[in-house]
Write a protein that binds this ligand. Sequence first.
Ligand code: NG6
Ligand code: CA
Length: 494
Amino acid sequence: MVSLAAAFCLITARTPNVVLIYADDLGYGDTSVYGATSVKTPNVDQLAKSGIQFTSGYCSSATCTPSRYSLLTGRYAFRQQGTGVLPGNAALIVPTDQITLPKVFQRAGYATGIVGKWHLGLGDSRDQDWNSPVTPGPRECGFDYSFIMAATGDRVPCVYLENQRVVGLTPDDPIQVSYAKPFPGEKTGVEEYDFLKMKPSDGHNQAVVNGIPRIGYMIGGKGALWKDEDRADVFVSKGVEFIEKNAAKPFFLYFATHDIHVPRVPHSRFVGKTKMGPRGDAIVEFDWQVGQILSALARLKLADNTLVILTSDNGPVIDDGYQDEAVERLGNHRAAGIYRGGKYSIFEGGTRVPMIVNWPGHVKPGTSSAMVSQVDFLASFASMTGLDLKAGDAPDSLDVLPSLLGQSTTGRTSVIEHAGTLAIRKGKWKYVQPSERAPYDVSTRTELGNSRNDQLFDLSTDPGERHNVAVLHPEVTARLRKELNEVVAGGTSR
Ligand code: NG6
Ligand code: CA
């Protein structure tokens, strides 16, 4: 008879470490392996070519917070109010009494860590004291270790938190954060306009940190303020340190880069590496980070026992509120590949994202058209580590492990896409529910995809969603509308 402890060892002995590299705003067509020619991404390409490159990988929503919420909870974000793009002082939105992706790994004896962008709120109210440990946060969600930025690069507080404490803070210079009004004496992006390193194209005119205007106000914490140019180096060093410290145990590292989100301020090593300006250079900086994580795994002889997933939290955006020449220097680069729309959009460009799974010697290299969503990672890794999910846990997470490992091409049969408006993709069909929302966003120049009428697209012949065939196929439209409504009303889809 196998003792419980021995059984535990048997399971953990054969399950790999997992490193999830989560890009911000990286579009389907932004890497060379997915078709880009104006930027070279050798590390991403190598990962894809020696692993499985998915062509129907989805994030759950066309913006950051809801996608990250779904990734960690296995629940579609449209089910919970308050999962839209959060300010930097939002309270934690992930329920701490429920299963999460890192808790799945913790239960299997893994060390768990997050390095990078969080953007799921911290603390239990909007008046957190940033001068003390801010809780609840990553730890209460299942991460043993965290080194994070609270929200986005363009939102205050512009500091890192390590294990939920602001890094580099000194007692004589406490930090204060507000999303309501500037602090007495604080100079904003409006007053500092002429001196800004990067000027806004929309919004982004409040606190000025490192010469860059942000959203929200803050004062104090001078020794804690980040330098955008160093962020990739900082995250890489913390990510590699986590891997080194846990090399002897199984570990799960959620490595969530700031790249290629705005403000795009890559390190001088990457400036000018593409003709596309900061947005292209940020892709190169992202690719460099991927390379650094992979070489650390190789150096520590962990590569063969580590499953690496690379994906993005939403589709691409070109002008996201700063004058960084992304539009002017785009050339013929198609950030969403053949797909229409991008970040914020219900068209495929919003949620169909790059997705790569690599596990040397275990997954057979190739491409896969299996439909998989990031909301499925929780149930899939529960399956991999032998954890039975209870009814009600992770209500939208499906076990697609065989597809993730390239042993099946089935994947899920349908997926919900979310950009405020909801859509359902099933096989070749995609149905978009009618919406009163605007069809186009002028400031980001995004085709949002909304229409007051039902929309139906045949993605097999029309991946670019140009021809609404809802009136030609009323029965398909009705069937998909019904299925979408059932997923919404049912509270679960598992
Ligand atoms: C928008 C910001 C944009 C970006 C986005 C969130 C303006 C004008 N635009 O409100 O710059 O921060 O929110 O991006 O402020 S996400 O990837 O975190 O969802
Ligand atoms: Ca994002």
